[in-house]
Design a protein around this ligand. Structure first.
Ligand SMILES: Cc1cc2nc3c(=O)[nH]c(=O)nc-3n(C[C@H](O)[C@H](O)[C@H](O)COP(=O)(O)OP(=O)(O)OC[C@H]3O[C@@H](n4cnc5c(N)ncnc54)[C@H](O)[C@@H]3O)c2cc1C
Length: 379
């Protein structure tokens, strides 16, 4: 472990799950740069009880709310962004089941997801981009006639990017267009379903321990038992605050870690950036409070624009904090194995591109403003 990675100002995970915190600190570099530990992440997160946070007790969870789950993602991101991204995928998938009207699907998968035996992956970037009219859905379902008249489909298509496709077993959420018409559905597709192929891990510049690969479906049979929702657009609007809130948790943790890292610089370096660090810390506190309140009160379901603005502000804050850490770290940050500074630069580079990407959100906000202007002018 590098001196940098056992920062004494960090408290969350080091207090609540010290064994996991230590494991992540020791292996953060490996989790980012290769896949040797990729099978261990989900079981380790489960072992620390993190997958049950915010899940009702009667469903096998630890209770609490989605905001507590956001905190766990942030806490893990302070130590390893790759592990936090895996946690995001797993916990978001769990949230899909909690918010699905399909009780049988939930009861079938939830126990194995909560104890970390099964990995949950969310392949809904395509669906989010579809909602914003950026691209068509990439998976199509054809109706199949069954003897007992039950609804069934064969699906074909693929997802180019999907994280937490753990080779030992996964279930992935994907949005599917129906050839017969009607609103798209979201299905939970199991790794062993006929016609499902996982590619080799993608050749990423970082986050290589996250089981990120492409997924292909060829004539994969699915039934109503596999369906998360039969109305993807309406359901996604309701789930989006949790999806994005958990995703923003990664930014909260990374920004916190970089700001804490600026204190490792010498007194001169610390003094030079003290005002900027204080301003960013205050901004981070404000954004954290706003995010949690908005998600908890359900405010972002009807006003997604305020959540989009928060996501953009947090991404910018991550960038600024990571840059300050580089400045205070000096040459030490440019040497291998002495700090996590270079790794956090790579981690920070991912924040603007994960869907919904910053450019996508900026365009959406601009379109909303233009629409508002047109409405005001017409009145
Ligand atoms: C390491 C890694 C892990 C990932 N894991 C997952 C995962 O688990 N699940 C998942 O679903 N996805 C995942 N993704 C995909 C990710 O969320 C983004 O969707 C993807 O990186 C962006 O797609 P693209 O590069 O094909 O964008 P492109 O379609 O090539 O577009 C480039 C950029 O422009 C934006 N853009 C394109 N058209 C418009 C437009 N008309 N208006 C505004 N903006 C536009 C896009 O949002 C994107 O930011 C992952 C990506 C990476 C790099």
């Amino acid at each position: 472990m590098s001196a940098d990675d056992s920062h004494d100002s960090l408290h969350g995970l080091a207090t609540h799950a010290p064994a996991l915190a230590g494991w992540l600190d020791t292996h953060a570099e490996t989790l980012d740069t290769d896949a040797t530990l990729s099978a261990d992440v989900v079981p380790r997160l489960a072992g620390a009880g993190l997958l049950r946070v915010g899940v009702p007790v009667e469903l096998g969870g630890a209770g609490g709310s989605i905001v507590d789950a956001i905190d766990t993602v942030a806490d893990v991101a302070e130590h390893s962004f790759a592990a936090a991204f895996v946690l995001w995928g797993q916990r978001t998938f769990i949230e899909y089941l909690l918010q699905s009207p399909n009780r049988r699907l939930r009861d079938r998968h939830l126990p194995a997801l909560l104890c970390g035996e099964l990995a949950g992956a969310t392949g809904l970037s395509n669906a989010m981009k579809y909602l914003s009219a950026i691209e068509p859905l990439q998976i199509r379902a054809t109706n199949v006639v069954t003897d007992d008249g039950a609804r069934a489909w064969r699906v074909n298509g693929g997802l180019p990017w999907i994280t937490n496709l753990r080779k030992q077993g996964f279930v992935a959420a994907a949005a599917v267009d129906h050839e017969a018409g009607g609103p798209p559905s979201i299905f939970a597709i199991a790794h062993h379903a006929p016609g499902v192929t996982r590619s080799d891990d993608l050749d990423l510049i970082g986050l290589r321990g996250t089981n990120t690969a492409a997924l292909q479906m060829a004539d994969t049979p699915l039934t109503d038992d596999d369906r998360v929702t039969d109305d993807a657009p309406a359901w996604l609007v309701r789930v989006r605050p949790a999806f994005l809130g958990l995703q923003c948790g990664m930014s909260l943790g990374l920004a916190r870690r970089s700001l804490a890292g600026t204190r490792d610089g010498g007194p001169g370096a610390r003094a030079a950036v003290a005002d900027e660090v204080a301003a960013l810390t205050e901004q981070l506190d404000t954004l954290t409070a706003r995010l949690k309140a908005g998600v908890l009160q359900g405010e972002f379901v009807d006003t997604p624009a305020s959540l989009f603005k928060l996501r953009i502000a947090l991404a910018e804050l991550v960038h600024d904090a990571a840059s300050l850490e580089v400045q205070t770290g000096g040459g030490r940050g440019y040497l291998r194995g002495l700090s996590g500074i270079a790794r956090r630069q790579r981690e920070a580079a991912f924040v603007p591109i994960v869907t919904p990407s910053l450019v996508q959100l900026k365009n959406q906000l601009a379109a909303q403003r233009a629409q508002q202007l047109r409405t005001e002018t017409a009145q």
